[in-house]
Design a protein around this ligand. Structure first.
Ligand code: IVH
Length: 688
């Protein structure tokens, strides 16, 4: 399977039989690469190469429509809209689960089933995250996906075949040679939190209705009669079981069923584990409850399933739920509370954000008393008023949001929210610019709030990383007139600081030393610290890698800027605008005159970027430096730093605690450096 050997465009002179062979070859290759990407998380080719193969297949199928196969990967883009969904009867009912809300209820469950089985030993359970998405049944005949259906009432659901075919992580053809003639796979279709945020932001920007949560977004996307709309939605699947099957030798354990699903090509949640007894289940709950916020998808609990399938069979079902499984629920991510008031905050770019003050409510595992209302349009869209009962959602590390108003509970004295016409901090007019949803204070750096936020950003960990220069101190410095812009920071002396709130001589000295230490930085950090609109960490790094010097960047045209991967017209415009303003250039100049510096780029420019063209992967947690630092140093040496190990990886840095990436590297025979080796390399290159 060597994509490099494929011609860019296919010859015109294909005979029909050559076309048939080529279509089958491309189809096989695309299924294979899908499997590598989604089931193994270990791609062999880039996304661009994959797209090229797909385009070639589409080109051939357009020329020879009758040769298109039932499992053609070209169906991923969607087909002509339907007028309605057909009803389908499930071959085996789709059940639901009983819930448990405490460890005691889980203990009861374990005791109940052991009594029923007369089982005195500990029972092993498979612990699975309970995905908060939409259950789906996928039917495969001779390994080819022939039908996808919703759960419906458990006995009949809706035929959503065209929609599920657009979901890239659902195999259109099962892989491997142990494929039964008929098998029904069950799983949960979900939308990642990042995908959901992006979809909702786009909806808000274009004035469309946004979704309340990722589950509603996933359900709404699957209910589209036009599968081309579904194709554009960021949906994915985790498979968790097999329903009906024919001629399939059932494995002895549920865990082995999951492994079979993985080898057929399904993503199976990587956090699934076997607990040897019920105490193991409790420990799993604790661990998962801790990592819940850092996952990129919503889970509403854990499903515990008896691992032994023979025991599952003996236990059977009650009403609509199995006796052998239970769902241990997490605290809800959505709760209702009262909106007490709305205040308006001014951010670094002048955006005036309405912030809701709420009656404190326990949601997503913490007590929440503030939530964002985004902007003026959002207030109108929600039609929210002070005094309303609202639904608050808190998931992951995203700021809590108001997603809905409970209109039936609106009190008679609910007050409309009035968006201010003047900045609540500096009094300058608040304006909307160029059709943006955001309303901005027009005061620029006259506005104390904007200045404070710009300095807070400049000093933050991922920017200049000035230890001890926190929000409270910056507020005092600006209010006392000691600091007007970031350029004033480096003129501060201990004497200026001593006497400010909670600033004794020692802390003042520490801040001054931290300022001094922060002067040695990298170009990427410096660019990020400047707070150019739309230039986040990744964009700053891309700009630094591309332009190498700040002089080249500052004089680049918008066209030059758009040569950088991921820099579009909007970012290019903001960068150009920033470096066109004399005030900004003066600040950059002053900062450099005061000693802010970064490594001389000559090394990487003159071809001595010794890792140029190489792909490195970091795993484990380094003891001598942060992962960000390690990444920056590798990038300075010209390497690309990737998140996962593949055949393209040149070298893996394995720090203490390295896990599956290290195993994969060893399997693939890829060079591995331990932390000492990595540190030695950086020393040799003068980077330490
Ligand atoms: S097993 C008979 N496993 O939870 C067993 N369900 O309340 C039924 N769900 O409709 C399902 N993650 O949509 C199972 N790892 C998981 C799950 C899971 C999410 C959903 C599923 C089902 C609902 C049951």
């Amino acid at each position: 399977m060597c994509p490099e050997s494929l011609p860019e465009s296919l010859p015109e002179s294909f005979s029909e039989s050559e076309a048939r062979t080529e279509i089958e070859r491309l189809t096989q290759a695309l299924h294979h690469h899908n499997y590598r990407y989604y089931a193994l998380d270990d791609p062999e080719i880039t996304d661009q190469e994959y797209d090229r193969l797909l385009r070639q297949l589409q080109e051939l199928e357009t020329r020879y429509p009758h040769l298109k196969s039932a499992d053609s990967p070209s169906q991923r883009v969607g087909v002509e809209p339907l007028s309605s969904f057909a009803e389908v009867a499930h071959l085996q009912p789709m059940l639901s689960l009983d819930n448990a809300f405490s460890d005691d209820e889980v203990s009861d469950f374990d005791r109940r089933i052991r009594e029923r089985l007369n089982w005195r030993e500990p029972l092993a359970y498979v612990c699975e995250p309970k995905l908060d998405g939409v259950a789906v049944s996928l039917l495969y005949e001779q390994g080819v996906l022939v039908r996808g259906a919703t759960r419906g009432d458990g006995r009949t659901g809706e035929d959503i075949s065209a929609n599920v075919r657009t979901i890239a992580s659902i195999p259109l053809r099962l892989q491997g040679d142990s494929v039964p003639p008929l098998v029904e796979v069950r799983g949960e279709i979900y939308m990642s939190r990042a995908g959901f945020e992006a979809l909702n932001n786009a909806a808000r920007d274009s004035g469309e209705k946004s979704f309340v949560n990722p589950r509603n977004a996933a359900a709404g996307s699957l209910r589209q009669l036009d599968s081309r709309i579904t194709a554009a939605r960021p949906l994915a699947i985790f498979a968790y079981g097999v329903g009906f099957s024919e001629d399939w030798p059932l494995p002895a354990e549920h865990y082995l069923v999951l492994q079979q699903l993985r080898s057929w090509g399904f993503p199976v949640n990587p956090l699934v584990e076997v607990a040897e007894d019920i105490d193991g289940c409790f420990a799993y709950y604790q661990r998962l409850a801790q990592s819940r916020d850092s996952l990129d998808y919503d889970i509403d609990g854990i499903v515990y399933k008896v691992n032994d399938l023979a025991l599952q069979k003996r236990l059977g079902f009650v009403a609509r739920a199995p006796r052998w499984a239970i769902a241990r629920k997490f605290p809800a991510q959505e709760m209702s509370t009262r909106l007490l008031d709305v205040e308006f905050q001014v951010g670094r770019t002048g955006a005036v954000t309405p912030v809701a003050r709420l009656e404190p409510v326990f949601v997503g595992g913490v007590t929440v008393s503030n939530a964002t209302l985004h902007n003026r349009d959002e207030i109108e869209r929600l039609d929210v008023r002070i005094g309303d009962t609202v639904i608050v959602r808190r998931a992951g590390d995203v700021i809590p949001q108001i997603v809905k108003v409970v209109e039936t509970e609106r009190p008679a004295d609910a007050r409309p929210i009035v968006f201010p016409e003047h900045c609540p901090v500096c009094g300058s007019p608040v304006e909307s610019v160029g059709g943006e949803a955001a309303m901005r204070c027009s005061g620029g750096l006259v506005c104390g709030a904007q200045r404070k936020q710009a300095i807070i950003h400049f000093a933050s960990r991922k920017a200049m990383d000035i230890d001890g220069l926190g929000e409270k101190l910056i507020e005092q410095l600006v209010d006392a007139g000691l600091v007007h812009s970031v350029a004033d920071l480096y003129s501060l002396e201990s004497a200026d600081l001593v006497g400010l709130e909670r600033m004794a001589q020692k802390s003042a000295d520490n801040v001054v030393s931290a300022l001094e230490a922060s002067k040695a930085t990298t170009l990427a950090r410096f660019l990020y610290a400047l707070g150019i609109r739309e230039v986040g960490e990744a964009t700053a790094q891309a700009l630094a890698n591309h332009f190498i010097t700040i002089e080249k960047l500052a004089t680049a045209s918008e066209e030059d800027l758009q040569q950088v991967a991921d820099v579009g017209p909007v970012v290019a415009h903001f960068v150009r605008e920033f470096f066109s303003a004399e005030d900004n250039l003066a600040i950059v100049r002053q900062l450099r005159e005061q000693g802010v510096h970064w490594p001389d780029p000559v090394a990487s420019d003159s071809g001595s970027a010794i890792l140029k063209g190489q792909v490195w992967v970091l795993t484990g947690s380094l003891e001598t430096m942060s992962r960000t630092e390690a990444k920056e140093k590798l990038q300075q040496l010209g390497a690309k730093v990737a998140g996962s190990v593949s055949a393209k990886t040149t070298c893996v840095v394995a720090a203490p605690g390295a896990g599956s990436k290290l195993n994969k590297a060893t399997e693939l025979g890829i060079e591995v450096l331990d932390e000492d080796g990595f540190v030695a390399l950086l020393h040799e290159q003068g980077l330490l």
